[in-house]
Design a protein around this ligand. Structure first.
Ligand code: NDP
Ligand code: OXD
Length: 315
């Protein structure tokens, strides 16, 4: 990348948290000019944008943008914008305090199924006191889709706890204690040995609707699904069908196609579904602004930023 001007002019649009991000950014980069969309700023001067679910059309008002930073791990909210020029670098957050939270979320959710807490919740509703054998954790096979900053941390933590863990990604990975698979050709085999399937893929044209009836049919009978990635990766009607026919035992969902999940949505009342409101892992502002500041410095030196999105693959 070619070197950039020394004083960055930064615009923040952070879905209601603009003031917190501005304060943190000003503290971390005191020499930069930092504005939010509520401030009086000249769009022509803005060269760096920090966005989380930015308003539609905002990008095309900024003619001199040199980089867009996502204030989350996902970049689908930026790369899906029709006005995003093809040559502007988009940079995502890498971990930024989210991996620990993802690990906690998935330990809880995986143990929910492994220790039959779903079964005991159903029993409690009927005042039933029946004990079941405790399965050996090493016999419980967990499959993690996506072995990036978050998926790899979750896979390793579950493996360290004793689960038999495999992972699936686009390119082949080597992670201690994890059986790895890569690419479409290995997808069915990977699914076939996932008693608990975890989805930590980015939302891209390739992953949208990936978990449909055909894919779910490859899962072992009474498998469970945990999705804290994006709702669009699961075909919701196909998921409901697989739960209702008994093919799947349950789903633990942090994300949905429409968020907030509409009040009338069938997921809310479904006895086999647990819902959380997109809280699996929140960006930690301090870690995030530090990562962004380091990348702004890297780009100013003409270096490639870390977390640069490959616009071809969309993540
Ligand atoms: P990364 O970009 O670090 O990792 C993505 C992983 O998915 C990589 O291993 C990649 O493979 C793999 N992948 C991408 N496309 C495919 C494909 N078509 N087939 C197989 N594997 C694929 O992402 P993160 O780990 O940082 O984040 C993952 C997602 O988690 C985010 O995109 C976001 O949607 C979600 N998220 C949700 C949060 C919540 O609170 N619910 C919070 C934070 C993130 P390869 O390694 O070969 O490139
Ligand atoms: C993210 C998210 O992508 O919070 O960071 O979903």
């Amino acid at each position: 990348m070619s070197p950039q001007s020394a004083t960055p002019n930064i615009l923040i649009s952070a879905a209601g948290e603009d003031a917190d991000w501005k304060k943190a950014m000003v503290e971390r980069l005191p020499d930069a000019n930092v504005a939010t969309t509520d401030d009086d700023y000249d769009p022509a001067t803005i060269d760096h944008a920090l966005f989380w679910k930015q308003p539609q059309g905002l990008i095309k008002t900024l003619p001199n943008l040199k980089a867009i930073f996502s204030l989350g791990a996902g970049v689908d909210h930026v790369v899906s914008s029709p006005s995003l020029p093809a040559d502007i670098p988009v940079i995502r957050l890498e971990d930024a305090g989210m991996a620990d939270q993802m690990v906690q979320y998935h330990l809880y959710a995986a143990l929910h199924f492994m220790r039959d807490f779903d079964v005991y919740a159903a029993q409690q509703a009927k005042a039933t006191w029946t004990q079941h054998d405790v399965a050996r954790i090493s016999k419980c096979r967990v499959g993690v889709m996506g072995l990036g900053a978050l998926g790899a941390a979750v896979a390793s933590a579950l493996s360290n706890l004793g689960f038999a863990v495999s992972g699936w990604s686009r390119s082949m990975k080597a992670i201690d204690g994890i059986t790895t698979y890569a690419g479409e050709d290995a997808f069915a085999e990977f699914l076939g040995q996932s008693d608990i399937l975890i989805c930590l893929l980015p939302r891209t044209p390739e992953t949208e609707g990936l978990l449909n009836s055909a894919a779910l049919s490859h899962l072992p009978k009474r498998a469970a699904i945990i999705n804290a990635a994006r709702g669009a990766m699961i075909n919701e009607a196909d998921l409901l069908r697989a739960l209702d026919t008994g093919h799947l035992r349950g789903a633990f969902l942090d994300v949905a196609v429409t968020e907030p999940l509409p009040e009338s949505h069938p997921f809310w009342d479904h006895p086999k579904i647990r819902i959380t409101p997109h809280i699996a892992a929140a960006t930690r502002i301090e870690e995030a602004v530090d990562q962004i500041a380091q990348n702004i410095h890297r780009m100013a030196r003409g270096e490639t930023p870390s977390g640069l999105v490959d616009r071809q693959s969309g993540y």
